[in-house]
Write a protein that binds this ligand. Structure first.
Ligand SMILES: [Zn+2]
Length: 193
């Protein structure tokens, strides 16, 4: 798996695709929790469920169906904060699905463990991407603070945090430009009347 921190960061970044009438920090927190949630499946190890089982680590909990279900729960929570229900449930769900499904996608780009059961329960096949540059984080949180843990963070910084930061910057620039151009259009219309 990628580290919980990186999954949470990717989840929280989904807030940028949500309209401004929703409370940003609360939405970011809900999305972060939803994006980390698939890794609660590490409990399967202590329950004696084999890694390769459909309910094992990186199995159903990392599937697209589970992402859809987690997104449904997250979007119902978030929608309650919408100002007069202006933000559509479908839009929130789509963003929530995207950030939760990215959990499996990130894990599919890691260099160890078993692949991801994207299509469980319809197919038990596990998948990895052909290009897997991200170092796999240990399921043991205490091993996170080690040389291996630092190597994991370094690879995530390069392959996840940096592209995410660039994408966020681009998104903010587009938003700023749209706001700026609509303001100048309004000022132009007022000036011309
Ligand atoms: Zn995972």
């Amino acid at each position: 798996m990628s580290s919980a921190f990186t999954h949470a960061l990717v989840g929280a970044s989904g807030v940028q695709l949500i309209p401004d009438d929703l409370p940003k920090w609360r939405v970011a927190l809900v999305f972060a929790v939803a994006a980390v949630a698939p890794d609660l499946d590490v409990a399967a190890f202590s329950l004696g469920i084999p890694y390769g089982h459909m309910l094992g680590h990186r199995g159903f909990s990392h599937s697209l169906l589970c992402a859809a279900l987690l997104a449904a729960v997250a979007s119902l929570v978030v929608r309650r904060w919408s100002d007069g229900g202006r933000t559509g449930l479908l839009r929130i769900w789509v963003v929530a699905f995207l950030v939760v499904a990215l959990h499996g996608a990130l894990d599919a780009a890691t260099d160890a463990g078993l692949g991801i059961g994207f299509f469980i329960p319809f197919s038990s096949k596990r998948y990895f991407f052909p290009f897997r540059p991200i170092a796999t984080s240990s399921v043991n949180p205490f091993r996170f603070f080690s040389a291996r843990g630092l190597a994991v963070l370094a690879s995530e910084a390069l392959w996840v945090w940096l592209p995410l930061g660039l994408l966020s910057g681009l998104l903010q620039a587009v938003r700023w430009w749209r706001r700026f151009s609509s303001r100048t259009t309004v000022e132009g219309l007022n000036g011309g009347s």
